[in-house]
Design a binder for this molecule. Structure first.
Ligand code: 5GP
Ligand code: MG
Ligand code: MG
Length: 181
């Protein structure tokens, strides 16, 4: 797909994200305060910046693992079929697990992944997503923690890509095409 020209407008600043992560980590630490080992599972690739900031604010004994599920491909349209491209390295049976996602959009990805992980019988299974677009939901899924509710806009940055670009922006930005008349 040839790239159309676009600019990125700041939607959520790095400072606002950092402040929200502190709040979320207070709540997560309360929820899992009694754990002897929390397995924090990042969904690749979009959550890699979020999980890095999150775990450094968590005052808990943790392990980190990753799982990669495909949904969007390289375009801007969600596919309803979720495939596991890379599974966890570790077993989670009897463990406390926190799944970390970048965005809940239609809900298919986290719905599929949490059902899959629940089938492995963790002691506790919770999820957190940095962003939530409730107006786009197609399946009834609610994440236990949400960073920010956002409108139906295509966003990039802070780990989130547009055709694999812009993941390294320190803020969440909104894509605006400049060839629209
Ligand atoms: P769902 O399965 O909930 O529809 O989709 C979740 C996934 O879609 C997210 O993990 C993310 O990879 C992708 N996604 C949803 N909205 C956006 C967006 O605005 N920008 C980008 N780059 N990806 C998105
Ligand atoms: Mg994703
Ligand atoms: Mg993507």
């Amino acid at each position: 797909m040839p790239q159309r020209p676009y600019v990125i407008d700041v939607m959520i600043s790095a400072k606002t994200i950092a402040a929200r992560i502190e709040e979320l980590c207070d709540e997560i630490t309360q929820e899992f305060g009694d754990t002897d080992k929390l397995v924090v599972v990042g969904l690749l690739r979009g959550s890699f910046v979020f999980i890095a900031d999150l775990v450094r604010e968590l005052d808990l004994p943790i392990e980190v693992d990753f799982l990669e599920a495909s949904s969007y491909g390289d375009g801007m349209e969600s596919s309803r079929e979720v495939r596991i491209l890379k599974d966890l390295r570790g077993a989670i049976e009897g463990r406390d697990v926190l799944v970390v996602e970048d965005i809940v959009d239609t809900g298919h990805t986290l719905n599929h992944v949490t059902h899959l992980l629940a089938s492995r019988k963790p002691a506790r299974l919770k999820s957190i997503a940095l962003l939530d677009k409730p107006s786009r939901r197609e399946v009834d899924f609610r994440s236990d923690w949400i960073g920010f509710e956002i409108p139906d806009e295509f966003v990039v940055g802070y780990g989130i890509d547009f055709a694999q670009r812009n993941r390294n922006l320190p803020y969440i930005g909104k894509v605006r095409f400049t060839d629209e008349s």
